[in-house]
Structure formats: structure tokens, C-alpha cells
Write a protein that binds this ligand. Structure first.
Ligand code: SAJ
Length: 442
């Protein structure tokens, strides 16, 4: 049997040893899916605290229950280590490491590079490697493969099989999971796709092969750039409607009654999260290298990035109309997570709104039931959430309440009743907000 046939046999009989490099919000759910389907899985992560927590049978990932971790660990089907040398024993490895932005706004490829450096030490014939981290088109072919083959001399498509398969994990979502979300798979060669499909197809519901790693890398960027640009569109629509004296929320609801050819997005105080604000900039960065300026992406990103400043300007204008200045006013920000009903603040526009209002002399507090503490990475300030028990008292005392994140858990009628004035960036108050003289909406 050829190397490929032997590896496919190990994968289809689930005797292959699976390594997941990077056990975060992508790697851990993927490791669990493979282990649940009968593979022998080893999670490899340099963060010893993650390994220690795992070894106590505790999950540190919101979407993976601790009982699942404890059970799979107890059955010996899922283990974790911080020791990269374990890669030498692996037949199949998924790379699920972060791809953030540097402070300069350029892609930070350091996690992929260090993962590839570790893998290069232990890569061997009869191994399949799948990169899942969102990145610019060309990363697999131009960066990962050379690092894996230059020293080892392995031949891709013969004794080493390499693919790109974009992660589509949406933390907190329960309808679409790692198991049932279709998985795009782009291989360096047809044999690579065949091997990776034999592997992932044995655990996930649907694998969608494409012709190259670049096609798979670009598919992911299209998915999230599509969202970022459309959010930018409705954010600009909110600015336009305000100037025209038209209710943008009514306009969007009306447009959303169109059963085809339209997809609803809603305006907000800006773009948060570790995907939408970041992924499109990986694409525009790559294109700049080729002297092509992705104007759509740049413009939408500019509009989204400016939304926090626009919100603060609108709050200033609304206070002015009420005979108050932002300087010296008590402001209560409601909701600082980057989207409703989760405990993640990464890139949250709340940071920008709060920082801008502080700079203008406002006395800013916040409440978020999911975010007890805020630390501004660049400006260094720290804040603690107002307690749930004191929330309504602080609402009443504030010259302006600014709703940034519309968590479902809030008692909006009580907040509306207690407040002097509310600036609602999410239409969280709905019809009651539209009809109240105490409320201005984005
Ligand atoms: N946002 C708006 N208006 C909208 C939608 C989102 O202002 O109409 C804002 C959110 O408040 C947030 C940011 O954009 O600050 C991103 O929101 P998101 O709903 O896109 O949530 P994310 O960042 O968690 O995106 C993830 C992505 N999943 C993956 O990359 C695997 C994205 O592709 C999903 O479509 C999205 O979840 C989802 O649908 O929940």
C-alpha cells in the first residue's frame, strides 16, 4: 500500500492518532468532535494553565461542557499536553492557532509561524496537516508548506498531505455546531483533499472539497468580509437617515420584509469580535502587497471604525439639547461585550465609546452582567461593572444611559422608567424607545 493508502486506512478505521495544535474556542470543540467519533485525540497547547484545567476535568471553553471534557478524558479518548514533541506520534494534525492583528493593523502571523516551526521538527511521512486559522490567501502554500518540507524533504501529495479548512465556529451558537456546519477543504493536491476528507468526513457531517488552499482561504475571507461590508452599509445608512430625519430602524424592518434578495443587518456603535473587524484586513493587507487597494473593504472598515466617535457626538448633541454638556455629566454605559449575551469583550466598541467620553470629561460608569471588569489595553484604565443590585439606581442617577450592547437579560421597561435620558445604539428599547421623549436612537 502507498503512504496515502496506509494513512487513509488509519483514518477510516479511526486508528490514526489525532493532534489538535491550539486548544482555544476552535481547537477544543474540534478535538471533542473527533474524540466523540472515536478518534484518539491529543490537544497540544503551550498554555500550561489550559492543560492543568483540562486535567482537572474542567472545560475553559464556553461551548464545551466540563462533563464532556471529564468523560472523554476519563475514557482516554481526549488528552492534553504542552509538550510539542508529542507531534512526532501524530498521524493527523489540525492547526487552530490565533491570527490576530498587530498594533500596526498588519496580520500577526507569529502563532502560525511558531506552530509550523514546532511541526517542522516532528513532521514525518504518512502525516496529514490541516490549517484552520483564518489567514490571507497563499499562507498555506507560501508559508506553511515550505516550512514543513524544506528540511524534511517530504513530498506534498505523496508522503505529506496539507490542506486549508476555515474554522466556522460561532461561540454561543447551538443551532450550527462544529459537527453540522459544512467544512470547506482545500488541498495542495487532490491526494491531500482525499486524505483530509477521509479524516474530517469521519467526524463532521459535511466536507466541501475545493480546488486549492487559496480557494478555501478566500472563501472564509469572503464570508466575513461580506458581513463587515454590509454592517458598514447599514451604519452609513443610520448616519444618512439621521440627517434626513428618517427612522433607520423602521426602514431596515421594512426592507427585511422582502422575502428574497435582501439580508438584514442592523446598525450599531461599531464592530467588535475576533473575526469580523479583523479577517477582512488580512485580505486587504495581502492585496496592498500586490499594489491593489481594496477600496470596498477599506471604506467599510473606515465607517465601522468611526462609529464609536459618531455615537459620542450624537450623545453630546442630545445632552446639549437637554441643556447639559458631556463634560461633567454622569454617563452609564449598558453592555460592553462585543455582541449580546456573551462574555467576550475583544475589540468591543464599548472600549472606544468609553475612552472618547472619558477624554471629553464625562464621568463614565458601565454595567454588563457578563463583564465584571474592563481593562483598556492601550490606555491602561480599569473599570468594574456597577452591581446588578445597584443598576437601576445608577440608571436614575445618570445624565445619560448609553446602550452599547443589548443583552437579552436586561429589564428594558424598568430601565426606561428609571432613566432621565437614554441613547440607544441598538434599538434595544424597540417601540417603547421610539415613542419615549427620554430616548434618542442611533
Ligand atoms: N454587528 C452589527 N450589526 C449586525 C451584525 C453584527 O453591528 O447586523 C456587530 C456586532 O455587534 C459585533 C460585530 O458586528 O460587534 C460582529 O458580530 P457578528 O454577529 O459577526 O459576530 P462574530 O464576530 O462572533 O462573528 C462570528 C463569525 N463566525 C465565524 O467567523 C466562524 C461570523 O462569520 C458569523 O456569521 C457570526 O459569528 C454570526 O453569524 O454569529
Amino acid at each position: 500500500m502507498t503512504t496515502k493508502e496506509t494513512l487513509i486506512q488509519k483514518l477510516t478505521t479511526k486508528t490514526a492518532k489525532i493532534g489538535i495544535l491550539g486548544m482555544g474556542y476552535v481547537g477544543m470543540p474540534l478535538a471533542v468532535v473527533f474524540a466523540e467519533k472515536g478518534f484518539d485525540v491529543l490537544g497540544i497547547d503551550p498554555d500550561k494553565r489550559k492543560v492543568e484545567t483540562f486535567d482537572k476535568g474542567i472545560s475553559y471553553i464556553q461551548d464545551v461542557p466540563s462533563e464532556t471534557v471529564a468523560r472523554l478524558r476519563g475514557e482516554g479518548r481526549l488528552k492534553m499536553t504542552a509538550d510539542f514533541s508529542a507531534l512526532a506520534e501524530m498521524d493527523a494534525v489540525s492547526i487552530c492557532v490565533p491570527t490576530p492583528l498587530r498594533k500596526t493593523g498588519d496580520p500577526d502571523m507569529s502563532y502560525i509561524v511558531s506552530a509550523a516551526e514546532q511541526l517542522a521538527k516532528y513532521v514525518h511521512p504518512g502525516m496529514v496537516i490541516v490549517l484552520e486559522s483564518t489567514t490571507y490567501p497563499g499562507t498555506t502554500r507560501e508559508l506553511l508548506v515550505p516550512m514543513l518540507t524544506e528540511k524534511s524533504g517530504l513530498k506534498v501529495g505523496q508522503d505529506l498531505f496539507v490542506c486549508f479548512s476555515p474554522e466556522r465556529v460561532d461561540p454561543g451558537r447551538t443551532d450550527w455546531t462544529t459537527y453540522n456546519t459544512p467544512k470547506v477543504m482545500g488541498g495542495m493536491t487532490p491526494a491531500c483533499v482525499e486524505v483530509a476528507t477521509a479524516w474530517y468526513g469521519g467526524a463532521l457531517e459535511t466536507v466541501v472539497p475545493v480546488s486549492s488552499p487559496e480557494a478555501a482561504e478566500m472563501a472564509k475571507l469572503l464570508e466575513n468580509t461580506f458581513r463587515m461590508i454590509n454592517i458598514g452599509l447599514v451604519n452609513e445608512l443610520a448616519i444618512i437617515c439621521e440627517r434626513l430625519g428618517i427612522d433607520v430602524w423602521e426602514v431596515i424592518e421594512a426592507a427585511a420584509t422582502k422575502p428574497f434578495g435582501f439580508m438584514k443587518f442592523t446598525p450599531g456603535p461599531g464592530l467588535g469580535g475576533h473575526c469580523i473587524p479583523i479577517d477582512p484586513l488580512y485580505l486587504s493587507w495581502k492585496l496592498k502587497e500586490m499594489n491593489y487597494n481594496a477600496r470596498f473593504i477599506e471604506l467599510a472598515s473606515e465607517i465601522n471604525t468611526n462609529m464609536p466617535r459618531y455615537v459620542v457626538t450624537r450623545v453630546m448633541e442630545a445632552l446639549d439639547e437637554r441643556g447639559k454638556t458631556l463634560k461633567g455629566s454622569r454617563i452609564l454605559v449598558l453592555g460592553t461585550a462585543y455582541k449580546p449575551d456573551i462574555d467576550d469583550v475583544r475589540e468591543s466598541p464599548a472600549f472606544d465609546v468609553i475612552a472618547l467620553m472619558k477624554k471629553k470629561g464625562a464621568l463614565v460608569e458601565y454595567h454588563d452582567p457578563y463583564i465584571p471588569h474592563l481593562h483598556h489595553e492601550y490606555e491602561g484604565w480599569e473599570m468594574h461593572s456597577v452591581s446588578d443590585a445597584d443598576l437601576l439606581a445608577h440608571v436614575a442617577a445618570a445624565d445619560a444611559v448609553v446602550i452599547i450592547t443589548n443583552h437579552k437579560i436586561y429589564d428594558y421597561p424598568a430601565i426606561l422608567n428609571a432613566a432621565q435620558f437614554i441613547f440607544d445604539t441598538r434599538n434595544a428599547l424597540g417601540k417603547a424607545g421610539k415613542e419615549s421623549h427620554k430616548v434618542v436612537r442611533l
